[in-house]
Design a protein around this ligand. Structure first.
Ligand code: 3PG
Length: 209
């Protein structure tokens, strides 16, 4: 779990992927790798999620996790498919505990002091700050990091090329998540070269921080 967090923290970026067709999973993963970002969070928002995670995990060169995980059953399915980490939009004790049983990193959403304190009580030290843009953005994280000195954040939601450095400049931010480098329509159109280009740009921006 520590290794997974370290790898996400090294990557600085977590592409949030929605795959409508599992056949797109492998070329999408290849496009991310070519762009210098061997990480993907595949969301459980489509029926293709599990097969997509399985296909990406089988490559062996991408740190693949599951996103939008709402139930312990989805944790089981994500881990069985090969997910190394589990991201949720909010904080669920049941989901966090199931992740712990499987030994995979849980990254639940938390944006208020109360939610962060609840996550700490569950033994977590990193949360997804979601939806970042409408929850106060970078200033809110900086303010929350003051009392929660041991907590680190992965802001996601409304993060993009114009503001990602605002987040990554905060020491408590280990990585930012977002879909801007993996637009759903580009995946559907098979524009994987375009995804590599967007990814390369995102990696270059993140490297400045
Ligand atoms: C998520 O699930 O993490 C968000 O939907 C990603 O947000 P974005 O599309 O604003 O990057």
């Amino acid at each position: 779990m520590t290794d997974t967090l370290q790898a996400l923290s090294d990557a600085r970026l977590v592409p949030v992927v929605v795959l409508d067709d599992a056949h797109d999973a492998d070329p999408l993963a290849a496009a991310l790798v070519a762009g210098g970002l061997p990480v993907a969070e595949v969301t459980f928002r489509t029926a293709a999620a599990e097969d997509s995670i399985r296909a990406i995990a089988a490559r062996g060169d991408v740190l693949v996790g599951a996103g939008t995980v709402l139930t312990p059953d989805q944790v089981d399915r994500a881990v069985a498919a090969g997910a190394a980490y589990v991201v949720s939009p909010g904080l669920s004790r049941a989901v966090v505990e199931r992740c712990r049983e499987h030994g995979v990193l849980a990254l639940p959403g938390a944006v208020t002091a109360t939610e962060i304190q609840a996550a700490v009580e569950l033994g977590l030290s990193t949360v997804k700050f979601f939806p970042a843009g409408t929850s106060g953005g970078a200033p809110a994280i900086a303010a929350l990091a003051a009392p929660f000195r041991e907590v680190t954040f992965v802001p996601t939601g409304g993060v993009g090329p114009t503001n990602l450095t605002d987040y990554l400049d905060i020491p408590a931010v280990v990585a930012v998540g977002g879909s801007w480098m993996v637009p759903r329509d580009r995946i559907a159109d098979g524009d994987f070269a375009g995804i590599t280009e967007l990814t390369t740009q995102a990696v270059a921006l993140a490297a400045r921080t």
